[in-house]
Design a protein around this ligand. Structure first.
Ligand code: ADP
Ligand code: MG
Length: 728
């Protein structure tokens, strides 16, 4: 039996793995494996605990004495939990996370070993940075990167290992990861938003950024996955004819969850809760075998860590249940891809959600300010924001018929649109109505939060307002959330800073605060109008309209990455103290390199599959047909034979046509690749891969998929779409 049929048969026989839920209630096992504040309070000396809390609240660094003391408590807890190793866990610029494990042992100086874990080990380690991409920030001979604990993210245990979330920095000081710029962007936004929030609430001292992500993914039976070299090596199918049934019936979304999947989800949720990830919703997505998981929103830095952790947990738990978890944005052609929605908002330390409308007119003015300045940031840097979510994999999803287009715009909903229009056209006099002894009264209409939320939701908008937050939907399912947030936070910080400068200038001149705010707000509402769009983002008219509005409409990923080096970008990141030009340049080198490498691998896999799988199988089938025709010709008189062979002769010719096309184009593609590989510049190489090599993929695929329909099912070597998508 061929591999394909063996794995299909095995997959059919699999039954759900039993998952035993812990005896305690979720609230009791929640964060069981996390050294959170509650456990710190228990395991750390009082003074140390106090210093730790101060460091977190004020963002001051921990000194080595305090770190030592924390390390002792941490070690005690970890060993009680059965941990024997520890690792610094960080987020290099390759998507995903990296680890460096060490055992808790040191020489005791007497020839033996003692269990040791010092503050120094906690706050600084030197993993070899030479094998992580760093875009030339440091060449391999100075292979030093430091990782240091991010105290804002609690350590946790997986298996026998204490995992320590860390930042990763080159020894020359530049960030080699996502965490450093993310934390800097959060600090910049905190500072800028606090300044503006104080116009309304003078007691505010700090503003935190919230992130609630929604993670989409596909599950495929692990054995079927293993029988598809393209899935295995590139994360997506490079070929495969549509299944006769896919998502047309729309019966998967909110349908009942298949048993094996339900067991996986239950297991995943228990383990995620134990790791302190506050999972809340799970459901089927639109496409067959596609699902979604969303936790409750958290502080942004922690939420990003939790998403990274969840993605690796998903892969591990899936394997246990005989699945492979596909995080690729577009594993299958013709059906929906996977995204990661990022729900984003700001909250003050006094508990006010700045992106939510309030009960009074003053509060609604505050609300309008934060909504409009979010739009200003997105408007001014819409091309950059697109660059932040663009990748070789997400490029397949964006602009496809179900995903946001490769143009960033924002949908606000009727009520907010009306509110902003009202502010825009009203004269200052109309805003203030004299009201007896109360003095001035502001005429900003009220909007109940609940009404906005469910009133109308435009699913086609990449950056939609959803009641008390913005939802950024262009992010790819496999991405590190931080990439987009670094841009979003910094753009917002810049917008708010700019807003405050202008308002302060007017106040200086003698305007009242409210009047100054209104003037600047009105100015900005006019300026950022181009980013507001409530129509159908999938339509062709929108592409034309967006171009007219001056929004970034570039679709080639390597060219989209150029936005990272625009003057406006560099100015924004440098003035907000998030990244410098050197770092931006280095990061872009990595983006281009990662981009072409992914295409390079796809091109190789496609070529190999054509030559080793598709062409031989189709040729064999063709020979069988030729054989049949020949025998008929031997058996029957010419005229009769012609009649009898007509169908097969036609097939033989069709197969020939497809085979020739495939063979010829694989050859041409290899030739183009040879040329491209000689190009020195990463950018040029990426552009060449995009322009010259990628177009071969779909063309070759078209002919393979035609062959899949012709060649007898028995001999087709690769599991078909219907098998990948409907067996679970
Ligand atoms: P959807 O209808 O888009 O699926 P959900 O209610 O499932 O929305 O919420 C999606 C995510 O948004 C969740 O993680 C939720 O906690 C988060 N979320 C809700 N309110 C906010 C907010 N104000 N700021 C940030 N995230 C939020
Ligand atoms: Mg959502």
């Amino acid at each position: 039996m061929s591999l394909r049929f063996r794995v299909v048969e095995d997959a059919f026989k699999k039954s759900p793995i039993e998952v035993v839920a812990p005896k305690e209630r979720p609230s009791e096992y929640y964060a069981k494996y996390v050294f959170n504040r509650e456990k710190m309070f228990h395991y750390l000396p009082q003074e140390t605990f106090k210093r730790y809390c101060e460091a977190i609240e004020q963002g001051t660094p921990l000194n080595l004495n305090v770190a030592d003391s924390i390390a002792q408590g941490m070690k005690r807890w970890a060993m009680e939990m059965g941990a024997t190793h520890c690792t610094h866990w960080f987020q290099p610029l390759t998507e995903g996370t990296a680890e460096k494990h060490d055992a808790f042992v040191e020489h005791d100086g007497k020839g033996g070993m003692i269990e040791e874990f010092s503050g120094k080990a906690l706050v600084q380690q030197e993993p070899d940075a030479s094998s992580f991409p760093s875009g030339g920030i440091r060449s391999t001979f100075e292979a030093r990167g430091y990782s240091a604990w991010d105290p804002a993210s609690p350590v946790f245990i997986i298996g026998d290992t204490l995992m320590i979330p860390t930042v990763f920095i080159a020894y020359t000081g530049e960030a080699l990861d996502y965490k450093v710029p993310l934390k800097k962007s959060l600090a910049a936004l905190d500072h800028a938003a606090t300044g503006v929030a104080q116009y309304f609430y003078p007691e505010v001292k700090k503003v935190a950024t919230n992130l609630g992500w929604e993670q989409e993914y596909f599950l495929v039976d692990e054995d079927l996955y293993g029988a598809r070299p393209d899935l295995l090596l590139t994360g997506r199918t490079l070929m495969g004819h549509d299944s006769a049934k896919n998502q047309q019936m729309e019966d998967h979304y909110f349908g009942s969850i298949p048993e094996r999947v339900a067991a996986f989800m239950k297991d995943l949720e228990i383990q995620a809760l134990e790791l302190g990830i506050p999972c809340k919703t799970r459901h089927n997505e639109v496409a067959p075998n596609q699902f979604e998981l969303a936790p409750i929103y958290e502080e942004c830095n922690l939420a990003v860590d939790h998403n990274m952790l969840l993605m690796s947990l998903m892969k591990r738990v899936a394997r246990k249940h005989g699945f492979h978890c596909l995080l690729h944005e577009k594993p299958f052609n013709g059906i929906n891809g996977s995204g990661k929605h990022e729900n984003w908002s700001l909250t003050t330390d006094t508990g006010i959600l700045l992106h939510a409308p309030g009960k009074t007119s003053e509060e609604n003015l505050r609300f309008a300010v934060f909504v409009v300045e979010s739009l200003m940031g997105v408007y001014r840097h819409n091309g950059l924001l697109k660059a932040s979510i663009m990748s070789a994999t997400n490029a397949h999803r964006l602009g496809a018929n179900e995903a946001p287009p490769a143009i960033i715009s924002s949908f606000l909903g009727q009520q907010i649109d009306d509110l902003l229009d009202h502010i825009e056209v009203s004269s200052k006099e109309e805003f203030f109505t004299l009201e007896g002894k109360h003095g001035l009264r502001l005429d900003v209409p009220q909007i109940p939060e609940l009404m906005i939320d469910s009133a109308d939701r435009n699913r086609t908008s990449p950056f939609a307002f959803t009641g008390n937050r913005f939802e950024f939907r262009a992010v790819g399912s496999s991405a590190n959330c931080a990439s987009a947030l670094i841009v979003l936070n910094t753009a917002m910080a810049e917008a708010l800073t700019h807003f405050k400068t202008r308002v302060d200038a007017l106040i200086e001149k003698g305007d009242s605060t409210v009047s100054a705010i209104l003037d600047v707000l009105r100015e900005d509402i006019k300026k950022c109008k181009a980013i507001r769009f409530s129509g159908n983002g999938y339509s062709d008219e929108w592409k034309k309209e967006a171009e007219k509005r001056g929004l970034d409409c570039e679709t080639s990923s390597p060219l989209i990455f150029d936005r990272y080096l625009d003057d406006a970008t560099v100015k924004m990141f440098e003035s907000m103290n998030v990244m410098n030009f050197h770092e931006l340049k280095a990061r872009n080198e990595i983006k281009w390199e990662t981009y072409y490498k992914k295409l390079q691998i796809e091109a190789r896999v496609l070529g190999d599959l054509c030559l080793n799988h598709i062409i031989p199988v189709a040729t064999k089938y063709q020979s069988a047909l030729v054989d049949n025709v020949y025998k008929i010709q031997q058996t029957f008189p010419t005229d009769r034979a012609k009649e009898l062979c007509a169908y097969n002769v036609d097939l033989i010719e069709k197969i020939n046509k497809h085979l020739n096309f495939i063979a010829e184009n694989v050859y041409l593609m290899v030739e183009e690749r040879k040329k491209a590989n000689k190009i020195e510049s990463e950018r040029e190489k990426a552009i060449t891969y995009h322009d010259k090599i990628e177009p071969f993929f779909d063309n070759i695929r078209y002919h393979i998929d035609k062959l899949e329909l012709i060649v007898e099912d028995e001999t087709w070597p690769l599991p078909k779409y219907r098998e990948l998508l409907f067996i679970r």
